[in-house]
Design a protein around this ligand. Structure first.
Ligand code: ACO
Length: 430
């Protein structure tokens, strides 16, 4: 991208001109790539709060307005009118598909859902009580050992095949991780079911009897996938990009993304949020927990609250809250105490000065756990479902990065505060 403005940095009496880049949306970006060469100085930005690490045309977030756009389309429109595989196409290729393109894409994804049969033995090597995220990190990384013909990242066709394989097989991997943990037989994917229904079927069907997927639950599942599909340069996506910058194969890169997503400050928050709501247990205990969240001497945080980028509201949380009402209504779960605690907690926390000052609002994870639990998923499956849905975002960003002529290995600098150079001291003199 060419700069149309410059900013001048005065450093030790000398002026350094820095190009200013203007993105389609969002604030201007200072191009500091030549800063070290020109000024012998680094910038310091732990947590990347002010640093753009790449150029991207996939997703845009306006944290102040609470806006999330995929290829320009607002998330609430996509969640309301589109469906997950169409959003996958949009993220991967940049435009909404025609009817023919969508049919072809769905057929291709559907035909890649089975896992190499030998992978079953790989699953069986895990302890029964392994967390499904541990299984997913291992199995997705191991795909490089099973699918050698799609690991050459310099070949665009192999990149395409790897993308299909990951999007198509992730539901099977997540469902099998679950089945293994509860001691039930693996259920094979079915080509006659849509993406979300197939996943629910692989999770909840057993060979002994017929299992019919409720279309309303499938729609809610699909919406959860859609709401998690991509989120620009979040921690796990940046991890995928950093791993990929070294030329690592796609399966290794996505496994790295899954590992990062697992943390409670990121994708692990949906499990942690539901556990917090259950711990609170009843509406009358909310003030006590709000006080704990505000107490700097108490490590407790209200999980599902706060976001690095959204400082007004998380648009995904709004859709998720509606979905929670719909799903519980469908399942005939009236007056769900956890949903009541969630709604009252949102009300009290967002009216509290501590949360107002720090712009802390419920994020996407606050309500998703309630829906997933109502569907029958244990909390340990919440983050694997997030990983499944986010795979398309990781893959889209990975493909974009590899096609970028400006690609360089990611190699941050540091502000060194250790010992200065000193001489080794022999052990008898220490
Ligand atoms: N509960 C209580 N206080 C909070 C919370 C919370 N959930 N989140 C932030 N704060 C406070 C911090 O203590 C800090 O207060 P201070 O300024 O007085 O020191 C201030 O708000 C800013 O917090 P930071 O941690 O500096 O904000 P950051 O942008 O680094 O972190 C994060 C964002 C990680 C999401 C944080 O809000 C958090 O830990 N939330 C809970 C976990 C969670 O829900 N994560 C999911 C994020 S969405 C996703 O990954 C899909």
């Amino acid at each position: 991208m060419a700069a149309d403005k410059t900013a001048t940095l005065n450093l030790n009496g000398s002026d350094i001109d820095l190009p200013v880049l203007s993105p389609t949306c969002g604030p201007d970006v200072l191009d500091i790539r030549k800063l070290y060469a020109q000024g012998d100085v680094f910038t310091y930005d732990p947590g990347f709060t002010s640093t753009a690490a790449c150029e991207s045309a996939i997703t845009f977030i306006d944290g102040d307005k609470g806006e999330l756009l995929h290829r320009g389309y607002p998330i609430d429109q996509l969640a309301g009118k589109s469906h997950y595989l169409e959003v996958c196409y949009l993220l991967l290729y940049g435009e909404l598909p025609t009817a023919d393109q969508l049919e072809e894409f769905e057929t291709t994804v559907t035909r890649h859902t089975m896992l190499h049969e030998q992978m079953q033995y790989f699953f069986r090597g895990f302890r029964r009580d392994a967390h499904p995220m541990a299984v997913m990190v291992g199995v997705v990384g191991a795909m490089a050992a099973f699918y050698h013909d799609s690991t050459d990242i310099t070949d665009p066709w192999q990149r395409e095949v790897a993308s299909f394989r990951l999007i198509a097989k992730m539901p099977t991997i997540a469902a099998w991780a679950y089945k293994y943990s509860i001691g039930q037989p693996f259920v094979y994917p079915r080509n006659d079911l849509d993406y979300a229904s197939n996943f629910l079927h692989m999770c909840f069907a057993v060979p002994a009897e017929e299992y019919k997927v409720d279309p309303i639950l499938a729609r809610a599942m699909d919406r959860i996938f859609t709401l998690h599909a991509d989120h620009e340069q979040n921690a796990s996506t940046s991890t995928v990009r950093l791993a990929s910058s070294s030329g690592a194969n796609p399966f290794a890169c996505i496994a790295a993304g899954i590992a990062c997503l697992w943390g409670p400050a990121h994708g692990g928050a949906n499990q942690a949020a539901l556990e917090t709501l259950k711990e609170i247990g009843s509406v009358d205990r909310i003030p006590e927990y709000i006080e704990r969240a505000k107490d700097k001497n108490d490590p407790f945080r209200l999980m599902g609250f706060g976001h690095r980028v959204y400082k007004n509201f998380d648009p995904r949380a709004t859709v998720m809250k509606q979905s929670a009402d719909e799903v519980l209504d469908l399942l005939g779960i009236e007056d769900n105490p956890i949903l009541q605690v969630a709604k009252e907690l949102e009300k009290q926390a967002t009216a509290d000065q501590y949360f107002i000052d720090r712009k802390l609002f419920p994020n996407v994870d606050f309500y998703s756990g309630i829906i997933l639990e109502a569907m029958g998923f244990p909390t340990s499956m919440f983050t694997p479902i997030f990983a499944l849905a986010r795979t398309v975002g990781w893959i889209s960003q990975w493909k974009e990065q590899i096609s970028d002529p400006a690609l360089k290995i990611g190699r941050p600098r540091q502000l060194y505060t250790g010992a200065a150079k000193r001489d080794y001291v022999d052990i008898e003199n220490r």
